[in-house]
Design a protein around this ligand. Sequence first.
Ligand SMILES: Cc1ncc(C[n+]2csc(CCOP(=O)(O)OP(=O)(O)O)c2C)c(N)n1
Length: 584
Amino acid sequence: MSRTLLSGNEAVAQGAWAAGASVGAGYPGTPSTEALESFARKTGVYAEWAPNEKVALEVVSGASFGGARAIATMKHVGLNVAADPLFTLAYTGVGGGIVIFVADDPGMHSSQNEQDSRNYAAFARVPLLEPSDSQEALYFTKRAFEISEEFDIPVLVRSTVRLSHAKGLVETGERRVPERDEYQKDLGKWVMMPAMARCRRADLDRRVADLAAFGETTDLNSVEIRDRSVGIVCGGVVYEYVREALPEVSVLKLGMTFPLPPALVRSFAEQVDTVYTIEEADPYLDRQLRQLGIEPGTLDLPAAGELSPGAIRRAFGMAEPELREPEEGLPARPPMMCPGCPHRPVFATLRKLHAVVTGDIGCYTLGALPPLSAMDSCVCMGASLGMAHGMSLVGGAGEKRPVVGVIGDSTFAHSGVTGLMDMVYNGGNATVVILDNRITAMTGHQGNPINGVTLQNRTSRELELEPLVRALGVEHVRTVDPHEMASVEEALREAIDFDGVSVLITRAPCALLVREHPTPYAVDVDACTACGVCIRLGCPAISKADLSKADIDVSLCVGCGQCVQVCRYGAIVHTGPACDLGDV
Ligand SMILES: Cc1ncc(C[n+]2csc(CCOP(=O)(O)OP(=O)(O)O)c2C)c(N)n1
């Protein structure tokens, strides 16, 4: 048995591998991404990025029905996309074990909402395991496969950002691939038409009752009796916070938070004077305890965002060192598109054209922030296109302003295609820009169907956007290099003027994919009039120098030349060859 330092995500991958999972599928999303990336690097497994989470779970289901153990990975909002197969998989049950790893983001460090995936377990009636450290992430994932097969049900393993990204020492162990039962035809189990689904629905209740009985004795749940005046019910990473903040209190540590073991919870509540639940995001455990007739005490804990040991101590009236406020006058450092980002000229042009931009999720969402300020909405992946259609239907942007839906390449493959199909099918009249930067950039440069790069570098093919878009029925399709700003403007005007659905594809690789850069630029201070046009591109390499003239940081400039194109005074010039330091 060897010990190694693993993040929670890596430990989940290790657990799936050790359990003999042979298939993994997912869609990237912080904080879950490294789980599948790590699984993909293991021997004897097949792993793939699917275009979206629904497809990923369906791939995993097929592998399971075919007898193999398989894991699907996603972030919390991805579970919304995969919810359709999830709910019915609870009815069918599994062939080989199915584990769905979902990573939540309380505090929304990199997400558009804070939804608490624990609710999905209760909603879909599938067991939910919540490890609290990396060692448990490995062990619980292994156990999740066993539970899945023993109780004939998919199992959710939930983590949160702290567990996913923090590292801990883990005993890893060997891989054991269980014997595989081949697929057996069984309409009553695999084909969920109403008559069969009704039977499986009743059977699901039986399986959940069996799981609750299992929860009474499983080692996944544990009772730690210490001081009996206070008893805390908690799970996941919150257990670590509770132990750190209140080492003396009694704890019911729930590793399986759906279904709850009623007798265990009641007996714990009876052994302590006051029982409290401590949890992040939703009062999920609180509600479950109340359903069991237990009235937890109230604590003044934040209703939203992440918890911390400090917040827990404060809720128990313990003195906590005051958090130091940041010093006044520190410059704000909002996230920005990288120098040389091909998305920037598109947003600078959309701003110039006063377009109302229904946006989407990716690096390009930064186009909403000043100084570009050229995106008007961001709701969920793929929403840009349906929203552009809806807004143009009601003339919501007014007569003079065009409506433009803007979407990244990975997001278009994820859930944009159907939005565009809808627009064409229903005779819409909006403009769509597909920002094809040849990568899923925001989540750390994963491959996607558009660039044809697969997770395990299998031979694949690029998906050609132009024929796809034409096949959907779009008559006006144009492709431009976004670094050529005049072409972007001309093509955008043309697309906007087109009567019907028009698509503009802007294609240039993400700035971080470009390895060789031209020489950086500098500002000729004598020519610069301090007009500020280059500053409004929002390039991190450009700032204001004395007298508000522009200044370019050569260590950041990648020589993309976007700023050169907007400067009307020829004040942005090449720095010339690197200086020769001679024999120093
Ligand atoms: C349903 C869902 N799954 C995953 C994510 C995480 N996520 C946000 S944007 C994005 C992809 C962005 O790629 P792309 O559209 O190509 O834009 P880029 O970042 O390359 O500009 C992903 C995977 C999410 N927000 N929602």
